[in-house]
Ligand binder design. Structure first.
Ligand code: MG
Length: 384
């Protein structure tokens, strides 16, 4: 079988709050008929620089047409030469993620297996997930977020994660109100610092927030401050998690003993293949795992569910809730959530029915203009 065509569809999905997110949907066509869909999820992050989608489609066509899509590893190796892993904010990994997901979808359809079946089978059918409450700067934002939590609880969510650090007075008041309002009806899965603090600043913040009931701290200090992460991990009572961007990054973190938990997302790792490698390094090193997100549509969220299902150990609440956060999607029905769990889709490939008409409805060329919007900054989409 050969790849005959690779098509890219840039789309914008509005959010229930904050600026919309932009993604590129990938469609792979083959000479024998089967097709695969993938997703380069959420370009609406810094740097405020977007790829030229027409040029990217031309580049990927040049690299991939006539390759055998069943040879996922070989295609990924070829892609890595042209889209190498860079720094955390690099968008190369999104490009590789989009192609890798389309390959898995395609191969699953050819072999009539769900993607988790290609990964050795599933350990679970639903993935515990938490809903994000974004960073707040002003007290006036608190009632809106308490109302948001009530609304999400009505939809079955009981686990939330909270981005802190824009204003610690507001954080402390908010977390007190959450405790008063909901008690043990909600679980605070994590407090996320997004790597905005230095060591001293984080420890001062932690002193104020440690009194609240939460499971772990994510990204306490700058991501490249590995020694700082280790110092924090050894100082505080909670486990520390950090986003892992590649197998090399995972090995370095494991060698230093920088964190307790790897936050593994398909977007940061550059697809399922690389994420599997990162997960193996975690297992070999006794590091716990959660599955992260950059907020995907139902295509890459389904892929995250298959990946999460295939992990022997999944230790904390995972994060992919894009289809709840976004008000529009690209599948006939969005992936399903139930009691703070993402349900692993069944059926061959990613197990979602892509609705190509939605590509047209949501079509918009990539633009950095959303990153400049005030509501982007307000919702702190700057931070992951
Ligand atoms: Mg995070």
């Amino acid at each position: 079988m050969k790849i005959k065509n690779i098509l890219l569809f840039p789309i914008t999905t509005p959010r229930e709050a904050g600026a919309p997110s932009q993604h590129i949907i990938v469609k792979l066509e083959t000479d024998e008929g089967p097709i695969g869909f993938g997703e380069m999820p959420d370009f609406t992050h810094l740097p405020a620089l977007m790829p030229d989608v027409v040029d990217l489609e031309r580049t990927l066509s040049h690299l991939l047409i006539d390759c055998d899509p069943l040879e996922i590893a070989a295609v990924n190796e070829r892609l890595k030469q042209y889209f190498p892993q860079g720094a955390f904010w690099d968008k190369s990994s999104l490009v590789r993620c989009g192609v890798d997901l389309a390959l898995y979808d395609l191969v699953g359809k050819v072999e009539q297996k769900p993607v988790y079946g290609l990964l050795g089978g599933k350990f679970r059918e639903r993935i515990p997930v938490s809903y994000p409450i974004f960073r707040q700067k002003r007290r006036e934002e608190i009632p809106e977020n308490i109302a948001r939590m009530h609304r999400l609880m009505g939809q079955g969510f009981s686990a939330f994660r909270y981005y802190f650090g824009a204003n610690l007075d507001v954080d402390e008041t908010f977390l007190s109100e959450v405790t008063k309002e909901f008690g043990d009806k909600v679980i605070l899965a994590s407090l996320d610092g997004s790597g905005l603090f230095d060591r001293k600043g984080f420890l001062a913040a932690y002193k104020r927030l440690a009194q609240f009931n939460f499971l772990l701290i994510e990204s306490p200090v700058r991501r490249d401050d590995i020694e700082g992460l280790k110092e924090v991990k050894e100082t505080i009572a909670h486990p520390v998690s950090e986003h892992i961007q590649s197998p090399a990054n995972a090995k370095e973190f494991a060698r230093v003993g920088a964190v307790d938990v790897f936050n593994i997302s398909l977007a940061a790792a550059g697809g399922i293949s690389e994420a599997e490698e990162v997960a193996k390094i975690a297992r070999d090193s006794g590091i716990r795992i959660l599955v992260g997100t950059t907020q995907e549509t139902s295509i890459a969220t389904a892929a995250s569910a298959h990946f999460a299902a295939s992990l022997p150990h999944l230790d904390y609440y995972s994060n992919p809730v894009g289809p709840v956060l976004y008000t529009q999607d690209v599948t006939e029905t969005p992936v399903h959530y139930e009691d703070s769990h993402l349900i692993v889709p069944q059926g061959p490939g990613l197990g979602v029915e892509v609705d190509e008409e939605k590509f047209e409805e949501l079509k918009e060329n990539l633009t950095a203009r959303y990153i400049l919007r005030e509501d982007y900054r307000r919702a702190s989409q700057v931070a992951i």
